[in-house]
Design a binder for this molecule. Structure first.
Ligand SMILES: [Zn+2]
Length: 542
């Protein structure tokens, strides 16, 4: 046997150690629906088409008891966790924004003053994943397979955070111009396919269109004018039909809180597939898509509205169309799909109250006035807080002022806890010391600790009671709590790497990356704390 032949055999053996039991996919598609509760998949199941959500439900692994394992359940953290397998404590995206002690102001989770917008001027373009700590599945796929990675969404954070630190591109919608844009973090100029897409001027075609119910009114589960609903911009009623009016300001933001917003992103994702030739090489590429329209509709109308039912049914049809096109272009047998949500949503407090669930609103301004007044009475006049409001559960102390006044921080934290619990609005309050020293007991404490980042979180973290919202408005709703209406989300894995079926096993958002990595035979992202659900893997010997 010649040396060359021996070398060849060795190389072949080395190659086979790398091999999959079945072929690796050509493309991994991750779909994040911004605000999609698990119960929607069951409540609306009979009205879904066969090839949308049901393609994943009937032919994929459906995790029916999957939860966010931290608070706050908010867009930035959700998008950062689902492909990193890390909680905010580790990846540092503790919310959509937080107070930054270094600059003395609030920072947006994807803001980056060192870069410029490409396709738009101003702060909308000054975005990058720099505030994210560690790697995501996207980065690890690049290191494992040389994968090409693209992220797309309406929201900047939706496009940027899942796609990791060095994707081939991340594009988000700029409502002022109606264009998809990026930043100089990624590239100096928009690629031809994005310019071409923007040139089609689709957003302009959606202005003036009417959003009607997809089905006969008898198919909808709750009245069209449920209590607590908020009107969309430019409308004078909360019921169907909704008209997409031209925005009062320049721009196209009025199309986003309607199914037309998702249609726009669907077209853009297809353009990305084509323009970047994803899934056409020998290694798996990654396309991360995040549909934001559902979130805006859910915030305005709540989870028990006809609007939420309708936009979910319409997204189902849009996914049906998307999967068909992916099948034609690449073949669904060559694709892995994962679909989940970045959080759920609470019913409007008015709706919750009507159902006997103790829902009510706490006015944040009045509440802060009360707290600051009582702090002054107890410890003397002073500027106790960096920002005179609660930033997603966090209160930030003014450390310099407290030092000068000789007021111990622990005393202030204890005082705020007693104030919060006595108000009747709060379930729990934790001090920084408690959270860093592991003194937050129980499941609630664990969720708060997972969401607490030592560098960025506040000095006190407050947790509202269930169905209570901090809200200065008299309608609409939100998310962010550690309760099941916000944490319980659907998760689907689809493709030859997974064992189809319904799994009611305990599963966390941070288990997605571990499960995908097991199926793809690759290293987990740096901060992953998750475990793969072995029985959902097609090859359970790994
Ligand atoms: Zn969101």
């Amino acid at each position: 046997m010649t040396i060359r032949r021996i070398l060849t055999l060795l190389l072949l053996a080395a190659g086979s150690m790398n091999a999959f039991s079945s072929e690796p996919p050509k493309l991994v598609i991750t779909i994040l629906v911004d605000q999609l509760r698990y119960d929607y998949l069951e409540r609306f199941h009979d009205q879904f088409s066969e090839g949308g959500f049901r393609l994943l439900m009937d032919n994929g692994s459906f995790l029916t008891d999957a939860h966010y394992n931290y608070m706050p359940t908010i867009t930035g953290p959700g998008h950062a966790s689902f492909l990193s397998g890390a909680p905010p404590a580790v990846h540092g995206i503790i919310s959509n924004q937080w107070f930054d002690h270094r600059t003395g102001g609030n920072v947006n989770c994807v803001s980056d003053p060192s870069v410029k917008g490409v396709g738009a001027d101003g702060a909308d373009g000054q975005r990058s994943p720099r505030n994210f700590t560690g790697s995501t599945l996207a980065d690890e796929m690049r290191l494992r397979f040389h994968s090409k990675v693209i992220g797309v969404s309406h929201k900047d954070r939706g496009a940027i955070l899942p796609a990791g630190k060095k994707p081939a591109g991340a594009y988000w919608f700029h409502s002022g111009s109606g264009n998809f844009i990026t930043s100089t973090y990624y590239r100096q100029e928009l690629p031809e396919w994005v310019k071409e897409f923007n040139g089609r001027k689709l957003p302009a075609q959606f202005i003036g269109q009417t959003w009607k119910r997809l089905l006969d009114p008898s198919f909808y589960q709750w009245p069209d004018d449920a209590t607590g609903e908020r009107k969309l911009a430019g409308e004078d009623k909360v019921t169907f039909d909704h008209r997409v009016v031209a925005s009062e300001k320049e721009g196209f933001e009025t199309i986003i809180p309607t199914p037309f917003g998702n249609q726009l992103l669907l077209e853009f994702a297809l353009a990305a597939l084509e323009g970047e030739k994803l899934g056409t090489s020998t290694h798996p590429d990654l396309l991360c898509v995040s549909f934001s329209s559902n979130d805006y509709v859910g915030h305005a109308f709540g989870p028990y509205s006809q609007e939420v039912q309708d936009i979910t049914l319409r997204l189902d049809l849009q996914l049906n169309e998307f999967f068909k096109q992916v099948d034609q272009k690449i073949g669904l047998e060559n694709v892995y799909i994962v679909l989940t949500a970045d959080h759920g949503v609470a019913p409007t407090p008015e709706f919750a109250a009507e159902q006997g669930l103790d829902g009510h609103r706490v006015d944040p301004v009045e509440q802060m006035r009360d707290l600051l007044g009582k702090l002054g009475k107890r410890f003397g006049p002073g500027q106790y807080l960096q920002t005179p409001r609660i930033v997603d559960g966090n209160l930030y102390f003014n450390h310099d002022a407290l030092r000068k006044m000789n007021v111990p921080e622990d005393d202030v934290a204890d005082f705020i806890r007693e104030w919060a619990l006595a108000s009747g609005n709060y379930q729990a309050a934790y001090s920084r010391r408690q959270l860093l020293e592991g003194l937050a007991p129980g499941e609630l404490g664990r969720r708060v600790v997972n969401g607490y980042n030592a560098e960025r979180s506040g000095d006190v973290v407050l947790v509202l009671k269930p169905f209570v919202l901090l809200s200065g408005s008299d309608s609409g709703t939100t998310h962010g709590s550690p309760y099941a209406y916000d944490t319980h989300i659907p998760i689907f894995f689809y493709g030859s790497g997974f064992q189809p079926g319904r799994y009611s096993d305990e599963f966390s958002i941070t288990d997605i990356a571990a499960t995908l990595c097991a199926a793809l035979r690759m290293n987990e992202p740096s901060g992953s704390i998750g475990k793969p659900l072995v029985k959902a893997l097609a090859d359970q010997t790994q």
